[in-house]
Design a protein around this ligand. Sequence first.
Ligand code: FAD
Ligand code: SAM
Length: 651
Amino acid sequence: MKSLPIVPARIVASPDGLPFAADFADTYHPRSGALAQARHVFLAGNGLPERWRGRERFVIAETGFGLGNNFLAVWAAWRGDPQRSERLDFLSVELHPPTGDDLLAWPRDAGIAPLADELRRQWPPLTHNLHRLAFDGGRVTLHLALGDVSAWLREWVATVDAFFLDGFAPDRNPAMWDARLFKALSRLAAPGATAATWSAARPVREGLGAAGFEVHKAPGQGGKRDITVARFAPRGTARSAPPGRPRERSVERHALIVGGGLAGCAAAWALAEQGWRSTVLDTHAEPASEGSGNPGGLFHGVLTADDGVHARWHRAAALAFEPVARAAVAAGVPGDVNGLLRLERELSGLAAMNALLRRHGLPPAYAQAMSAEEASARAGIAIGHPAWFYPGGGWIAPRGLARWFLRSAGDAVAWRGGIHVGALRQDGRDWCLTDRDGRELARSPTVVLANAGDALRLARADDWPIEPLRGQVSCAPAAGIALPRIPLADAGYVLPAVDGLALFGATAQRADRDATVRESDHAENLAKLSRLLGVSVALPGATLQGRVGWRWTAADRLPVIGALPHPERVAVGSADQPRLLPRREGLFVFTALGSRGIGMSALGARLLAAWVTGAPSPVEASLMDAVDPARFAARARRKPATGRRRPVAGG
Ligand SMILES: Cc1cc2nc3c(=O)[nH]c(=O)nc-3n(C[C@H](O)[C@H](O)[C@H](O)COP(=O)(O)OP(=O)(O)OC[C@H]3O[C@@H](n4cnc5c(N)ncnc54)[C@H](O)[C@@H]3O)c2cc1C
Ligand SMILES: C[S@@+](CC[C@H](N)C(=O)[O-])C[C@H]1O[C@@H](n2cnc3c(N)ncnc32)[C@H](O)[C@@H]1O
């Protein structure tokens, strides 16, 4: 999906004092009130609240978020219903979102006004992304897609129980009522899904009918004689979801997670968000004892000229991680979310940098182009280059973060340290984990392999193009080094002083399994530090300490997240898209976090949890495909591997 600048709504008052969209010449709701319309048309029209009662999860998808009145009305109704579903997922799409100020500027009905404040507090930067806002302890999730409905409906991955069709009037805004849109609804619809809209226009009724809905008129409100309600009842067999897409599974809600680094601990946290329990098994007694054990690391977004999947994935990851990092730091994890500077040595000056931001419509809340002077003021030391400033970036201690993930999962997670999983085998519906001697350690219908490179062995996926990159970080007393106030990065990085120490690095070596801390690597890290600070830093070898780890990195530099493809069934089929490839039931992987495991821990874990539980995906379909473990098999079908490798960079 191509990123577009998101242009906020131009909302003015209509002669009646209602919010009026200048670009569509229509009001956001009728004179009878937003809440009255939401209750009559969208809630009652979809059989709510009755239909969500007793359910684990109820999923609603809306076209046109507008001022969010429908969402707030649903949230208020759900909150007030003692028999509500355990979880409520509300997907909505908006081309011209209100600004945060607009959200509070327009009067709301008393029943929903207080909820609008909470919505405002979480209102995201206006980027072309699927934003996640969580309320009521994470049991209510708003998945807000900013951009055009025609692009987003193809990209949502969810099983929807009720549709709210709330574009402006069809004659003023036909794009929201297009035949392809109705087709897209049928792809998302759960069996028995319903739809409702205040429009009784014939093209709307015909469009829904052609897409497999049984359509009826119902009494209207607020001056409208009729509204339209519909129920998904396709003739013949409904098109089922492709084999390689998450689905709800009727199994005990418990997963075994192999590996207690950032990936495994974040997976346990994200599964707990979805009401699942998990048991994490790790070779070591303590979490984050291997790759995730450095004293500190960076997180921030990514900007590239083409804004391709890599930049989109890391932007989504950074947006998801920022609130998580803030919560972890507030809970005492060493770190700081005060922004990060990345030096720009290739683009020629600020004008080119600002042009890139404008081309992809990226707002200052995500990234800013700074002159050397501005960057210097931000860092508190002299910086000789223009730089990108990522306000939501920062640094954090990965081990503390991993522990925080486990703490936040609370009783939903059990830690079993000192257990090495030797093998994995299937036994009926269960996956059995055994030790090196074949003795059973644990069994469950759901297993997540989050054990970095060893996941390839357990998954029998040695042919995936994933390799370990050795990395050494260096650490020295900070006294005498003019360190920046916030992290500074280019091909290397340096953190602000942590407990009186300077942390910088890191090296990146292929095919190198040497675990010893090397003087030559310290020298390389000092050279990176000197280049970043623009002054030669020489430190006596005796003052330097280091730590070595491995970053498991895929050739395409993206993580591997999802259900494992079924090797035998994949071998006989001919599909060449990841989403069409058959899977092994109940076996999932979360690995190859490369040199950005901190920043992608939250998003990656939520995507993993969506695969395991059938929750709506936190990223669009094209990004899911990009990180899907089946992508290697799919690519192999499309073209033979070229074997070319890209140069490696430290981080
Ligand atoms: C030098 C260096 C610098 C880095 N800097 C940054 C940075 O600044 N920012 C950033 O975002 N990222 C950084 N990273 C990357 C980041 O640390 C990794 O992406 C991340 O830690 C990977 O987490 P993981 O859980 O996948 O792997 P790991 O942390 O290695 O966890 C895997 C776990 O699986 C366990 N395990 C393995 N096999 C088994 C088995 N058979 N049975 C039981 N348990 C098993 C291991 O004991 C281990 O605890 C850096 C990495 C290195 C090496
Ligand atoms: C009637 S308003 C929605 C009101 C909203 N449901 C509420 O509860 O406040 C219609 C919304 O559709 C949005 N919209 C119009 N065309 C769109 C498009 N092509 N893609 C996505 N959203 C669009 C408008 O910007 C507007 O906010």
